[in-house]
Design a protein around this ligand. Sequence first.
Ligand code: ME8
Length: 519
Amino acid sequence: DSQESPMAERYYLTTAISYPNGKPHIGHAYELIATDVVARFKRLDGYDVLFLTGTDEHGMKMLQTARAEGIEVEALADRNAAEFQRMAKALGGSNDDFIRTSEPRHKIASQAIWKRMQDAGDIYKDAYSGWYSVRDEAYYAEDETTLRDDGKRYGPQGSPVTWVEEESYFFRLSAFQDRLLAHYDSHPDFIGPSERRNEVVSFVKSGLRDLSVSRTTFDWGIPVPGDEKHVMYVWVDALTNYLTATGFPEEGDKSAFWPADLHVIGKDIVRFHTVYWPAFLMSAGLPLPKRVFAHGFVFNRGEKMSKSVGNVVDPFALIEAYGLDPFRYFFLREVPFGQDGNYSHEAIVNRTNSELANDLGNLAQRSLSMIAKHCAASVPTPGAYSEADETILAAAAGLLQTARDAIDRQEMHHMLAPIIGVVADANRYFAGQEPWALRKSDPDRMATVLYVTAEILRRVSILLQPVMPGSMAKMLDLLGVGADERTFNELVPEATLVSGRPLPAPEGVFPRYVEPDVA
Ligand code: ME8
C-alpha cells in the first residue's frame, strides 16, 4: 500500500489459489475470511501489507471439467475466476491483488523459477510411471494408494488415481531431504499448527523421491522453457504464484515483500507448501516463506439450514441469510483455527444472537441511549475512577497484546474469546453500577459509568474491525470516533474517548436474527 509510511514494516500474506473448475464454496470463503482478518489486523497495527488471493487455472482437473461441460478451458476459467472475484468482494476481502495463473506475468515468473532450478542442476529428463490423482493434482507412491472392492485404486485423500507413463522432467527432491529437515528444525514456526508440523517432519524423514514436474499428454499449462512439448506440472506453476505477485523475476516496488510472512492454506495441501515449495525455492536460491499455516475443513453437519439459505455451501446465500459481519464472526469464533469445524443454522443464529445482538449490541444500545438522553448527546466527562472502573478499563487495555500474540499464531479464536469476555464483563459492570438509578442520586457518577462503558466499547470496536469491518465502522461512528482515530495506535493506554464530543443518534448495529418464515 503506497500510502503507508516508508518506515512501516512489510507483511505479505496469501491464501491458497483456488481451482476455478467449479463455483466457490464455503471452504474457499472460510480461508479468505480468516486471511482477510490477519491482513486487516496487520494494517491497523501499522504494517505495510500485501494480501494476495487468486485462482489456479492450469492442469488436468480444469481440462477434464471443461471437456465434461463441452466448453473451452479458457471459458471455464474466465467464468469461474469471475465468481471467485465476486466472492472476494462479497466477503469484504481486502486483498491487494487477485492473481490468475493464466496471466502473462505468471508465465514469466514460472519460467524464470524453472530456469533457476534447471541452472542449479536440480531438473533432469527421464520417464515417469506411477499413480496420479487428477482431483488432487498429485502423484502418489503405490504404497500410498489402496485397491478397493470396486477394483479401482484410490489415493490417500480418497480420490481415484490413474496410471501414468510418459516422458517427464524430474525435480531432484530427494537431494533436499536433509536441508528441509534442518530448516524445520531451525525454524520451529515454519509450519503451524504443530500437528501438521509433526506430520511433515515424519513424512520427510521417511525419505523423498524425485518429483515429476512436467507433462506431455496435454498442453493446458505453462510451457517448459526450451522444450515446449512439455508443460509444467500444475503445482510448480501454482506455488510460484506467490512470487509472481511480488513482480518476480524483475526488481520492482513489490520485490521487498518476498519472502512471504504467511501462507494460509487448508490441511489437504500441506505437503505441497512445506516440502515441494521450500525445496523449489532452495534450489532457485530464493528465501523461504516465514510461515505456512494449515486450517481445518468446515462442514455442514446435515443440520437443517434456514429455508432462505437454500444451498448451504454457497457463500453468497449464507451472506444473504445472516449478514456479512455475523457470518465472518461466526466462523472465526466458532471454529478454533487449525481444527475442523461444523456449521448449522442453529449454531450461527445462537452464536450471533447471543454474542453480537445481545452482549455487544445491547451494551452499546443501552449506554448510548442513556448518553443521548441524559448527557446532552455528547461523550460524558468522567470523574474519579472507582476500583470497578479501573478493573474493567485495564482488562480492555490488555486486549491488544493478547490479540497480537493470537494473530501471530493464527489463533483467531484466541483473539476473539478474550474480547467477548471483556464485553460480557462490561455488561455485568453496567448492570452492577445501575447508571439509571444514579441519574437522580449521583449524576456525576452516572456520567463516569457511561463514559467507562463507552470507552470499553471504543477499544473493543477498534479491535473487532478486522473481523467485522462494516459493523464496527458503524459502532465507532456512534461513539464519535473519527475515521482517522481507528488504528491500533489509538489503543495505547493514554488514548481514550474525547469528552464533550457530540454523538449521532444511537441506532442498532446488530439486528437479532429472526426466522424469516416465522416473522
Ligand atoms: O487446493 N473447508 O485449490 P482448491 C476448508 N489450487 N477449506 C477448504 C475446504 C473446506 N471444506 N475445501 C477446500 C487447491 N478448502 C489448489 C491450491 S495453492 C498454490 C494451490 C481449501 O480450490 C483448501 O484446503 O481445491 C485450499 O487451501 C483452498 O480451499 C483451495 O482449494
